[in-house]
Structures are given as structure tokens and as C-alpha cells.
Ligand binder design. Structure first.
Ligand code: PAF
Length: 282
């Protein structure tokens, strides 16, 4: 099996993409921070449906981590990532250094409003989306890819990046992909490997509570009360709950009932030091 090509500089990335574009081939980007799992491979497969060539970026982006967060201990598994990407027939891995992405004197950030300022993850990680948007904007303009695939698991991120690409005319189409789950419903995440055996057994409850809440809402139960009871169930099970909310699926604005919809349920909760996020449509 031929190994996936590894590209470490912006110049080499541009050269590869220009070659493909030169012969009329569409190029898709799958941005990742590595520690790949089947959810990432599903993104690659989706990208292959939209483009002849697929570039996967692997970059643990320091600007999206707060000082107290897990940047240093974020799992780095480059060799097994490359093996998975070779197996999936990705065309190239873009694996830049921090200096390549943030050269000395780098002093620019993207200021976000709209879905980045709605009191969900932005309330608990106030500088996170600024870092995500900055690195995604750079990856889009560096790669000049035609499209990029993002998982719905990071739903607020998906909305922020989609809005940024549109508002800044970045010339790239953002393609969403449904969350890939374990058999017990837990959303796949690189951070799941932090969970102790006991916390791993408890973690799928988040998805179960959201599914029951969605069913209650579809049955016409009052939103405020049903959401409050679901929040209580999560806290009662031992999670530290950051939020469980019903929001408009596009704007992420608060809703008071399904008539304000389409409605999406979004949750973030901690088990020990591991923060889990998830979301489902109602
Ligand atoms: O979702 C992620 O893995 C990251 O936030 C992303 C989009 C690769 C930006 O660093």
C-alpha cells in the first residue's frame, strides 16, 4: 500500500494543490488535530465524494486552547494517523510546524460575532473560536481547497466556520457530516481516550438524555420544563454540566418551543477532567 504524501510547508501544499487544479481536479480539505478515529475517516470518505483529491491537515492549534486546557497533553499519534490515512486513500497530509503556521511576529486574529457569540461553548471557552477561525481561515487560504468537510459533533464550530467562509468570501464550500457514534451512542472524539473505565461507562448517558428530551419535545411537552428535567438528570448522574440547551439549528439563538425551530439540542458536560460535547436535531 503506498503511503500518504506528507507535506510540511505552505509552499509545498500550494504546489501540490496547484498541480491538481491544473489538470481540472477538485480538492477537498479535512482539517484535524490528529489523534484520528473512525469519525475522521468518515470525513475523509465524505470529502472523496466531493473531490478527486483529499488533503487532511494535522495541526494541534495552540491558539484555540486556553492556558489551563489540554494543549500539551493533547494526544499526538502521527504515525498511526498516517497509516489510517494511507488506508483511506487520502492524497496528502498537511503537517506544518507551529512556526510555519504562526511565524515570529504573527499578530492577527479573526473577530467573530453571530454563532460564535451565543453563550454556548463561547461562554466556557471565550477565546476558543477566535483560535479555530484564525487557523481555519489560514488553512483555507493556504490550501485553496474547493471544499472542506467538518463534523456536526462540533456543531457550534461548524456554524462559526461556515459563517466565516461566507462572510469573508473565502471561496470554499463547507460540507457538514453527521456525528459518528460508538454502538452505545457516545459521539466519537479524540478526547474519549482520556475517560476512565467508570466514566466511559457513564458517558453515553448524555446522548440518551438528549434523545429522550427530543422525543418529549416532539410529543409537545413544554420546552422549559423538559430541558430543566434533562439538565437535572445529567447532574444527578454525576456530570458537571456546562450547558444543555435547545437552540435554533442555524442561528443558535435561544428558542422557547419547536415553533421557533428548526431546533437543535446541544450539551457540554465534564466527567473528571474530560469535557464532552454533543448535539442532536429535534
Ligand atoms: O475540530 C478540530 O479538530 C479543530 O478545531 C480544527 C477544526 C481542526 C481547527 O484546529
Amino acid at each position: 500500500m503506498p503511503g500518504v504524501a506528507i507535506v510540511e510547508t505552505v509552499a509545498a501544499l500550494r504546489q501540490a494543490v496547484a498541480g491538481w487544479h491544473g489538470v481540472g481536479e477538485r480538492v477537498a480539505l479535512v482539517p484535524t488535530m490528529g489523534a484520528l478515529h473512525e469519525g475522521h475517516i468518515a470525513l475523509v470518505r465524505e470529502a472523496q465524494r466531493h473531490a478527486r483529491r483529499v488533503v487532511v491537515s494535522i495541526f494541534v492549534n495552540p491558539t484555540q486552547f486556553a492556558p489551563h486546557e489540554d494543549f500539551k497533553k493533547y494526544p499526538r499519534t502521527f504515525e498511526s494517523d498516517c497509516a489510517m490515512l494511507s488506508e483511506a486513500n487520502a492524497d496528502a497530509v498537511f503537517f506544518p510546524s507551529v512556526e510555519e503556521m504562526y511565524p515570529q511576529g504573527f499578530a492577527t486574529r479573526i473577530l467573530l460575532l453571530g454563532p460564535a457569540a451565543v453563550g454556548l461553548d463561547d461562554r466556557f471557552r471565550p477565546t476558543h473560536f477566535e483560535g479555530v477561525a484564525t487557523i481555519c481561515c489560514k488553512l483555507f487560504t493556504q490550501s485553496r481547497a474547493d471544499c472542506a468537510v467538518f463534523g456536526e459533533k462540533d456543531y457550534q464550530q461548524l456554524k462559526v466556520v461556515t459563517r466565516m467562509a461566507r462572510d469573508l468570501d473565502l471561496g470554499i464550500t463547507i460540507i457538514p457530516l453527521a456525528t459518528v457514534r460508538e454502538a452505545d451512542g457516545l459521539a466519537l472524539s479524540s478526547r474519549n481516550r482520556y475517560l476512565s473505565a467508570q466514566d466511559r461507562a457513564l458517558a453515553p448517558l448524555l446522548h440518551q438524555v438528549m434523545q429522550r428530551l427530543a422525543a418529549r419535545l416532539r410529543n409537545g411537552e413544554p420546552l422549559f420544563q423538559a430541558v430543566g428535567e434533562a439538565q437535572g438528570e445529567i447532574i444527578g448522574a454525576g456530570f458537571e454540566l456546562d450547558y444543555l440547551e435547545a437552540r435554533h439549528a442555524e442561528t443558535l439563538a435561544p428558542v422557547t418551543g419547536l415553533a421557533d425551530g428548526p431546533v437543535r439540542l446541544l450539551v457540554a458536560a465534564r466527567l473528571g477532567a474530560t469535557r464532552l460535547i454533543d448535539n442532536i436535531p429535534v
